[in-house]
Design a protein around this ligand. Structure first.
Ligand code: GLU
Length: 485
């Protein structure tokens, strides 16, 4: 490792104007991996300069989403506390006003920035004129060289004297990127000395927080030349940029609004495992040298290489997430699945004993896609669903026969009782009856009686899990249902 790599400092700079969505989560992961890989520092900075749109609930969602994925930050806000971790704080832009003001005043003093008195109406008229002449609209620089405030006018904004040069930078993912800054016009960097705008605040903070690499979504690439020009004007050192590819629908259209704005925590609600989601996010634009697709976090840290991130848009494919989730479930021990299920079931107001839950997981784990789906497929263990009595009847058998068989099963079970209600003992005890009446007429009503469903795991496994008392209750319910029919 070179000495430069040792001092890697990256940041995630979300604006709390919306939930932590899939795009920001992917940016967080790539920054986090890069920091971990290079033994660097991962900073979380909350960009809440837009006071009207920034909300504490969004900030909370960002903290919770990152924590759920295990992407802890080395410096940044401490959730629920007024203090910060790290020595470059505060890490909320709303608390950094004095720093921005200092640099705004510096630029104004050096005449690299100026107050602009043009009103919205004047700017709009200028825009229309330029469009009418077939020119791309930009600010014409009316206030650039003013010596004093025009009478009767008030300062509207602060503009940066954007040099009319070409700006070039080397993007780690995209290679050489060039922009013609003469098309920008003098950009607005603040509304007033107390209200800086994004490009300016981000540049100041990246410098003050000693950020070495800016890894962010491609949607920010047009901001980069503006930020580079501001850095140069302020004599700040260069930063290395890496712009991550857009996330697209599988048909390569723009990612649907629903997924683009949905909180990452919705995936938790839907029952995905955080490790599967991290793995899924890692593959949104990156792949390893081989064809490995399943990675633990440790493996990701080892394998991740920002240079291997693709330029082309990354397809967001939920089927892949489902597949990964299933793979992760397969690799978990029953105990681990139970651990993840307990809070999930508690949220659904279910509190089964650990022992009962372990038994259910043993029966259902091969059919399980995610935690939510566990509830769908295993819900009948917790509460017998209501079902049509006719479902109990095997093919064209008369219902009276089904009733006799269920009664026969009940007697057999009564004889064995709880201590020995295992699958093998049951199979043996029911063997004669099944021989005499046929497997269908015996096991079909039994399956329906204990599960309330036509498709379920092996009824003997269900009985072993439910235990004597509950099995008995369910068979009695079935008999009563036939009587009532
Ligand atoms: N606040 C910006 C956003 O949420 C951050 C952009 C950046 O990383 O510079 O998109």
């Amino acid at each position: 490792m070179t000495s430069q790599e040792k001092s890697v400092r990256v940041r995630l700079a979300p604006s709390p104007t919306g939930f932590l969505h899939i795009g920001t989560a992917r940016t967080a992961l790539f920054n986090w991996l890069f920091a971990r890989k290079h033994k660097g520092v991962f900073v979380l900075r909350i960009e809440d300069t837009d006071r009207d749109r920034s909300k504490k609930e969004y900030e909370q969602d960002i903290f919770e989403g990152l924590a759920w994925l295990g992407l802890t930050w080395d410096e940044g806000p401490i959730p629920g506390a007024p203090t910060y971790r790290g020595s470059s704080g505060p890490y909320r832009q709303s608390e950094r006003g004095a720093t921005y003001k200092k640099y705004l005043e510096l630029l104004l003093e050096e005449k690299r920035a100026y107050f602009c008195y043009c009103t919205k109406e004047e700017l709009e008229a200028e825009r229309q004129t330029m469009l009418g002449q077939g020119l791309p609209p930009k600010y014409g620089g009316h206030c650039r060289e003013l010596r004093s405030r025009p009478p009767g006018k008030k300062p509207e904004v602060i503009r940066f004297k954007t040099p009319e040069s070409r700006v070039e930078f080397k993007d780690v993912i995209r290679g050489k990127v060039e922009f013609d800054a003469s098309t920008f016009g003098d950009i607005v960097i603040a509304k007033d000395l107390e209200s800086p705008l994004y490009n300016f605040a981000a540049v100041v903070d990246d410098y003050e927080m000693r950020i070495t690499h800016v890894i962010r979504g491609e949607d920010h690439i047009s901001n980069t030349p503006k930020q580079i020009l501001l850095q140069k004007a302020l004599n700040f050192p260069d930063v290395i940029y890496a712009h991550l590819p857009l996330i697209l629908n599988p048909d390569r259209t723009k990612l649907s609004k629903r997924y683009n704005e949905m909180s990452l925590l919705e995936y938790r609600k839907e029952g995905y495992l955080p490790a599967a989601l991290v793995n899924f996010l890692a593959l949104l634009g990156w792949h390893s040298e081989g064809d490995q697709e399943i990675f633990t976090l440790k493996e990701l840290i080892r394998e991740f290489d920002i240079k291997r991130v693709q330029k082309a848009g990354a397809a967001f494919n939920l089927e892949k997430l489902d597949w990964l989730n299933k793979e992760y479930l397969k690799n978990l021990s029953t105990d681990e699945i139970v651990d993840t299920l307990i809070p999930f079931l508690e949220a659904k107001r279910l509190g089964p004993s650990r022992e009962f839950l372990s038994k259910i997981v043993e029966v259902e784990r091969s059919r399980m896609k995610n935690l939510n789906n566990f509830f769908e497929i295993a819900g009948f263990f917790f509460a017998l669903p209501d079902y049509d009595p006719l479902l109990l009847v095997w093919q064209k058998e008369p219902a009276s026969k089904t009733k006799v068989i269920l009664k026969g099963i009940l007697e057999i079970i009564d004889r064995i009782k709880s201590k020995t209600l295992s699958r093998t003992v049951l199979a043996e005890a029911l063997a004669d009856l099944a021989e005499k009446e046929g497997r269908g007429p015996v096991f079909w009503p039994l399956r329906v009686a204990v599960s309330g469903q036509r498709a379920s795991p092996d009824p003997l496994e269900i009985i072993e899990t439910l235990g004597y008392e509950e099995t008995r209750r369910r068979i009695e319910t079935a008999i009563k249902k036939i009587d009532r029919k």
